[in-house]
Design a binder for this molecule. Structure first.
Ligand code: AKB
Length: 342
């Protein structure tokens, strides 16, 4: 049987999955996409994919069936339980975030053997892999490089950091003692900052105060931020996150000096974000009611990321700085979104 060459996207109905499907479906060559998610895919995206599978990345039978039907040349592995949700269900998070990733790395390996070519494995990691011990250290550290402060304090952060190592293991050492060496998992990973989409809302993250603030204002709802005014972490507008994934996937392997890259766009405090939201929506009611637990998590994440390796190796540049993101992407798109909902 001739198998159809395809791209597999896990977590396809999540925030990043939405933007990625739209971006890939708009390419002139219109690649075949198999979308996998535990939820139904947004109706608007369904015509853009070859096949939608409602299923679990822990279901190895399902994954095996996929490999017999399709020649998967690229996997975008986006499915995960985010940081706040993972703290409520740490063992479940470990299963989904770690065992789910191993299942997909194994699938990538098996596919590479059957097609005789490496399979690209694009992995979405996070600033949650970092763990700064206190706010004074965070202030002093400033922009953090890929190999610094890797002491995550959340299950999600531990899972992401370990999966980065698993990616390296499957890419470079898997089956190192067997007679036939693995052809290859071409593992490539970006560490995202907090992401802000104008068209979807995150669920269960700890950087969610930024998107929640702006979406609430656009709907005329009051918003109480769960972090302090001075809380600062890096952010990125969703189109730049998609741009990072597809640019890294397209980069020639020999240009990549690392497997894991920081990417970032702008760092702003919660108070600065609130001021930007208020300028766009003067009626916005934003207050600050920090929660100790979630505050502690964001305080352990860096103020900013050093993404110079991504810039040097594969030409990474965000399109949106903070003003451009607010004025030309977030505000106009969100206004349109909720106008449609009236
Ligand atoms: C979260 O808050 O858990 C995510 C992330 C920073 O990875 N948005």
């Amino acid at each position: 049987m001739i198998r159809k060459r395809t791209i597999l996207i896990t977590g396809a109905d999540g925030e990043v999955g939405h933007g990625l499907i739209e971006r890939l479906a708009a390419l002139p060559e219109r690649p075949s996409i198999v979308a996998l998610d535990v939820r139904k895919l947004d109706r608007a995206l369904r015509p853009m994919v070859e096949r939608l599978i409602i299923g679990d990345i822990l279901d190895t039978k399902l994954l095996e069936t996929l490999t017999t039907e399709y020649e998967i040349d690229t996997i975008y592995h986006l499915a995960a339980l985010l940081s706040t949700s993972s703290e409520f269900h740490p063992e479940t998070a470990h299963r989904v975030n770690v065992q789910g990733t191993i299942n997909l790395l194994k699938l990538a390996h098996d596919q590479s053997q059957s097609r005789g070519q490496a399979v690209k494995f694009i992995y979405a990691s996070s600033i949650a892999v970092f763990g700064l011990p206190d706010v004074a250290t965070k202030q002093a550290a400033g922009m953090v490089g890929e190999d610094q402060y890797l002491n995550p304090i959340t299950m999600y952060g531990c899972n992401k950091l370990y999966c980065e190592h698993l990616g390296r293991y499957y890419a470079q050492h898997y089956q190192q003692l067997s007679a036939t060496r693995s052809i290859g998992v071409d593992f490539r990973c970006v560490r995202f900052p907090g992401l802000i989409s104008a068209v979807t809302m995150p669920t269960g993250g700890t950087s969610d105060y930024a998107p929640e603030m702006i979406h609430a204002a656009a709907q005329g709802k009051p918003y109480a931020s769960f972090v302090r005014e001075d809380t600062t972490i890096p952010f990125m507008a969703m189109p730049d996150a998609i741009h990072a994934l597809v640019t890294l996937a397209a980069a020639p392997r020999e240009a990549l000096s690392r497997l894991v890259y920081n990417v970032t766009s702008f760092s702003r405090s919660a108070e600065e974000l609130a001021a930007m939201v208020q300028r766009a929506f003067p009626q916005a009611e934003i207050t600050f009611r920090p929660s100790d637990a979630r505050q502690g998590i964001v305080d352990s994440w860096p103020l900013g990321l050093d993404d110079s390796a991504a810039r040097a190796d594969w030409g990474w540049r965000p399109t949106y700085d903070a003003d451009h993101a607010f004025n030309d992407y977030l505000v106009p798109t969100i206004v349109e979104l909720y106008r449609g909902a009236e």
